[in-house]
Design a protein around this ligand. Structure first.
Ligand SMILES: [Zn+2]
Length: 142
């Protein structure tokens, strides 16, 4: 029910989280610069959602908890690349393919870091801020 289903042209919760949208209206952007690789802007967020006014830093230090989320994402991603590596390149006990996986995986994680950091915040705020359907109705009637 809650997955990628579109209502009123707004993304579902998965699409909303993946594209770093405000969890309340799923329209406003969580980050000021849409490109996470402009590194000095990576974690810059507006104080409030530009569309619905939702506060983005719910309390001081709100985003400290994202460390756990990043950790979880890192584990899941590494498991995925390991499985992928296993089926394409393979892993043997007599060679060092496993070490190449470790290196490649580490490099991938570093490259994806700006995106993953944003994703972790996006997931984190979506846990605490629920989608506001009534806001949708207001907008439709307006
Ligand atoms: Zn919003």
């Amino acid at each position: 029910m809650m997955s990628g289903k579109k209502k009123n042209g707004r993304p579902g919760i998965v699409g909303s989280v993946l594209t770093n949208k405000c969890p309340r209206c799923r329209e406003g952007a969580l980050f000021i610069n849409p490109n996470p690789y402009v590194l000095r802007m990576t974690m810059h967020m507006p104080e409030n959602c530009p569309v619905c006014g939702q506060k983005f830093e719910l309390q001081t230090g709100f985003y400290f908890g994202t460390g756990y989320v990043s950790y979880g994402i890192t584990i899941i991603l590494s498991a995925l690349t390991l499985v992928l590596w296993w089926f394409t390149i393979g892993i043997g006990i007599k060679d060092n393919r496993i070490w190449w996986w470790l290196l490649s995986n580490a490099a991938l994680l570093v490259l994806l870091q700006p995106y993953l950091q944003r994703l972790a915040r996006s997931i984190w705020i979506a846990i605490f801020v629920k989608y506001d359907k009534n806001r949708d109705r207001e907008q439709l009637n307006a």
